[in-house]
Design a binder for this molecule. Structure first.
Ligand code: ADP
Ligand code: ZN
Ligand code: ZN
Length: 724
């Protein structure tokens, strides 16, 4: 290589392009390597993303690459191609894309290989003198054992005699790298005899294309995935399986480790920086053949991919909500094509978008409509909470839910209670003057956490003193908002003082291993009740759970966003799927104030197809995705004048684009974001909706409407998950 194109590893729009450098003759530089280069007056790191034998500039003015960082290309050729694809299609900065491909630990240089010191005897060593008893013991020990860890010898015989021997050249010390061991539950990985439906799915999913596996909860999708992966491994290929972070349960990990052993690498947020670094390198150097991980694992450098699986493909968490924004599906489709391999999207409740593609023939539909245990799906009973009120029950729990819980306790079984809000209550408000406690930095009300007796901001994490008197009028009359997990636990304890009650939410699982520990405790105790947020909705497989209670089913229903009904359907189906997974029939009590909403009717009958038809039709007539595209451009800055001014400039340009495509635009407006301020930054947005035919063209023009030099941070979202 004579000239290299280098992307500087800096998060700045102005320098986000390929710079040309000369490769000095004595330096061996390969495509994809990290290099140190002179940049202005500084030395910066960059990535070699291109090469050429000639230069387009005056050769004498091109600077030399100074040195290489790793000595091997950390960005493999597939990832370079992916970088170009993402830059073009998603309009992302090159440096920020490249950063997705490496564990951040590697860039900051904070984590190193874990080296262990080993001791051996030198060849012609001098035997220690008679008085040095401990030293003699060490020598005799090593004669026998040949080799031992320094730390082991030191703790057995003491540090002083050992280091004396090292100093006298009796013992030589060498370093060896060890990989950090990741914790998981050890279980037997016995293969199951596949049911006919499972076998049929495995047989069908055999061509290098994209499949949508629609299998009800408990239909045994994991077993199908494992069989597919096994088949690819036998062909010498590798496999990548993604699961949403919250359903990356200890059980899933244990299953995969048991079946594939050392060949599995795990990538999830519970790993320490060092563990993630080691797992990444095991993947990079081809030791690990199977990767199981959350969203970011889609970027792991597995070579020779045979299959990519996205489990629970409908999950919102597959779309990153922060910069750089990407949809895992797009990346998976790219990798499928690049490797010419299989892609499986699995779910009990596929997204409207994916199911539409399956019906259109873009994906191949594979169905598993029956549970492995042959049981009926748990019966869902809908409880009208207004009716409960009319009958004088103003408690959190309806009479039927309490009765069913009593039944669970009596039978020494287990129940799960789902409430998608952590903390004690959603806000605190003064009943006299209406004062609501809000965050100083964000435009949101604070959530009360009883256990710590604090108010917390769920957007920035700031803590405040809880209210006992209103700071505005001095009244003691403080009202609590809608219930959260803490409150549900407290109420349950009142009704069932002798029953073990566990809580699982972001607050109780913030420490390493807490997630696993709560689940394994719950598994051991009967009767028991597990209260939790979304975290308990997916993936879990407890055979004694015969009851699921949904406290506030409407919570996700009335959000200002076109996906809220779809999301409610998915959530109910997933949570209900936790009940009755073994020998006992399960039951679900669903509490709502809108019992006649169509979403509950379809969910109650497990009628995905009926729901899809209704919902897809609604989207079509109201012109919403997947029949159109929604694009949001979000501007944010600490100075409200700056955001307001800059977004106006952008909006005027977007209006010009709209004038150019008058028949394609359905909607265009500029406004303050509903959450006008988060983490001290003001937020404004431009929202638009346009038809699909010329969407690519329009998108490109829209991206050009944003001034590269504007001071606000700018964030684009296609079909955003939430508009707040
Ligand atoms: P899903 O992901 O489709 O909801 P799982 O993969 O969690 O379902 O499987 C549900 C349960 O059925 C698990 O306990 C699993 O071990 C068990 N299972 C799966 N396949 C079989 C089989 N062929 N025979 C017996 N049990 C099975
Ligand atoms: Zn007040
Ligand atoms: Zn805040």
């Amino acid at each position: 290589m004579k000239f290299a194109k280098v992307v500087i590893d800096q998060d700045a729009k102005a320098i986000d392009k390929e710079f040309e450098y000369k490769v000095p003759e004595e330096l061996d530089v390969k495509l994809g390597e990290r290099v140190n280069v002179p940049f202005g007056t500084r030395v910066l790191q960059g990535f070699v993303v291109g090469e050429s034998d000639t230069s387009s500039y005056d050769e004498s003015k091109i600077k030399n690459i100074l040195s290489t960082v790793d000595g091997f290309p950390v960005i493999k050729s597939e990832m370079l191609a992916l970088m170009n694809y993402m830059a073009e299609k998603l309009h992302l900065k090159l440096a920020s894309i490249l950063r997705l491909f490496l564990p951040s630990e590697m860039r900051t240089g904070k984590v190193k290989e874990l080296l262990v010191r080993y001791c051996e005897l030198e060849e012609n060593f001098e035997y220690p003198s008679k008085n040095a008893k401990k030293q003699i013991e060490i020598v005799e020990y090593l004669k026998e054992k040949k080799r031992e860890k320094f730390s082991e010898l030191s703790s057995q015989f003491g540090y002083a005699p050992l280091s004396a021997l090292v100093k006298k050249n009796v013992i030589k010390v060498s370093f060896e790298e060890v990989k950090r061991q990741i914790d998981y539950d050890h279980i037997s990985g016995e293969k199951k005899h596949l049911t006919d439906l499972q076998q049929r799915a495995v047989d069908t999913i055999s061509e290098n294309k994209t499949y949508l596996l629609h299998g009800v909860t408990g239909s045994g999708k994991t077993e199908v995935y494992m069989n597919l992966i096994e088949r690819e491994l036998k062909k010498g290929k590798t496999a990548l399986m993604l699961v949403p972070e919250i359903s990356l349960t200890p059980q899933v990990l244990a299953n995969f480790k048991a079946r594939f052993g050392e060949a599995v690498a795990l990538i999830h947020s519970g790993l320490s920086a060092g563990e993630r670094f080691d797992e990444w390198r095991r993947i990079f150097f081809g030791e690990a053949k199977v990767v199981v991980g959350a969203r970011s694992a889609i970027f792991t450098p597995l070579e020779n991919l045979g299959i990519v699986i996205i489990d629970e493909e409908h999950e919102q968490s597959y779309i990153s909500e922060s910069n750089p924004r990407y949809d895992t599906h797009d990346i998976a489709l790219f990798r499928r094509q690049y490797n010419d391999c299989i892609l499986v999207l699995g779910s009990a409740t596929p997204s409207i978008e994916s199911y539409t593609k399956a019906l259109d023939g873009e994906y191949t539909l594979v169905e598993m409509p029956v549970r492995v245990n042959g049981m009926e799906m748990p019966k869902i009973v809908i409880i009208d909470m207004l009716n409960e009120l009319r009958h004088g029950n103003s408690e959190i729990f309806s009479i039927p839910l309490l009765a069913e819980l009593g039944n669970v306790v009596e039978k020494k079984k287990q129940a799960m209670i789902f409430i998608n809000r952590r903390g004690f209550s959603s806000f605190q408000r003064c009943r006299e003057c209406g004062y609501v406690a809000k965050c100083k930095d964000c435009d949101v009300s604070l959530v009360y956490h009883r256990y710590e007796n604090r108010l917390k901001c769920h957007y920035c994490g700031k803590r405040y003193k809880a209210l006992d008197i209103c700071p505005s009028c001095g009244s003691h009359n403080i009202k609590q908002g809608a219930v959260g997990t803490e409150r549900v636990v407290e109420e349950l304890k009142r009704f069932f003082p002798d029953v073990a009650i566990f809580r699982m939410d972001n607050d109780t699982t913030s420490t390493k291993g807490a997630h696993r520990s709560i689940l394994s405790q719950f598994r051991e105790v009967k009767p028991a009740i597990l209260v939790g947020t979304q975290m308990i909705a997916k993936g879990h497989d407890f055979e004694d759970v015969i009851l699921v209670g949904i406290i506030d089913a409407d919570q996700s229903l009335y959000q200002a966003d076109y996906r809220s009904i779809e999301r409610t359907f998915q959530l109910i189906t997933q949570v209900s799927g936790r009940a009755g997974r073994s020998k006992d029939q399960g039951k679900v009590i669903l509490q709502t104030y809108s019992p006649r909403h169509y979403v509950y009717r379809f969910a109650q009958n497990y009628d995905f197809k009926g729901f899809f038809k209704k919902e897809a039709n609604l989207r079509k007539v109201t012109n919403f995705p997947p029949y159109t595209k929604v694009l949001r451009i979000l501007f944010s800055h600490e100075d409200e004048n700056i955001v307001a001014k800059e977004i106006k400039v952008c909006y005027n340009k977007v209006q010009k684009v709209k004038e150019k495509y008058p028949d394609d635009f359905i909607y265009l407006d500029v406004m303050k974001s509903p959450l006008n301020r988060i983490k001290t930054k003001y937020r404004y947005q431009i929202l638009m909706r346009f038809k699909l035919e010329k969407a690519d063209e329009i998108e490109k023009e829209i991206y050009n409407c944003v001034d590269e030099k504007c001071k606000s941070s700018v964030f684009y979202e296609i079909n955003p998950n939430n508009l707040s």
